[in-house]
Design a protein around this ligand. Structure first.
Ligand code: MN
Length: 147
C-alpha cells in the first residue's frame, strides 16, 4: 500500500494525531509526540516527531534500543553520555545502546526532531539515585539535567 500524508501548518501532518510524549510519568516537560510511521512487518521501525516547547525537556533515560535523531525545527541541546551537545536544525545524532540522554529546548525556541526506533524495543530506564549521582559528578552535566 502506498500512502501520502501531506504536511500541514507548523510541523503537523495530515491524519497524524498530536499525542502526549509518554502515557505516564512526570520526568518531562512541554513535549509532544506524533508518530509519522507506525511500522509494519516489512519495515519494523517507527518514525516519530517530537517537539519540545521552549524551556521544556524530554526524560533523562537510557535503553538497549538505538535512536537516530534529526533536528528539523529550531535549536536546543542534548546530554548524551557524558557530553552536552548544541543541536542545530538538520543535525543528525545517533544515540547508542544504554546511553543516558536528555533533550532540552534551551535556546528560546522549540526543538523539533525526527526519531527513528525499532518497533520491538525495551522500555526506557530512568536513573536511580546512584546513577544520577554519577552523572552529576560532572558539573556541566549537573547543571544541564532536569529530573
Ligand atoms: Mn530515548
Amino acid at each position: 500500500m502506498t500512502s501520502l500524508s501531506r504536511k500541514l501548518e507548523d510541523f503537523r501532518w495530515e491524519e497524524v494525531p498530536l499525542l502526549a510524549y509518554k502515557q505516564e510519568g512526570n520526568t518531562f516537560r512541554d513535549i509532544t509526540r506524533q508518530t509519522l510511521f507506525e511500522g509494519e512487518p516489512a519495515l519494523p521501525c517507527q518514525w516519530r516527531y517530537f517537539e519540545i516547547a521552549s524551556g521544556g525537556h524530554s526524560s533523562l533515560e537510557r535503553h538497549e534500543h538505538l535512536h537516530v535523531v534529526m533536528i528539523i525545527r529550531g535549536r536546543g541541546q542534548a546530554m548524551v553520555a557524558d557530553r552536552v551537545l548544541d543541536l542545530n536544525t538538520f543535525d543528525m545524532l545517533r544515540i547508542g545502546a544504554l546511553t543516558w540522554h536528555q533533550f532540552r529546548a534551551t535556546r528560546g525556541e522549540p526543538l523539533g526532531f525526527l526519531c527513528l526506533v525499532n518497533i520491538q524495543r525495551d522500555r526506557p530506564q530512568l536513573p536511580d539515585p546512584a546513577a544520577l549521582a554519577r552523572l552529576r559528578s560532572n558539573p556541566l552535566i549537573a547543571d544541564f539535567l532536569r529530573v
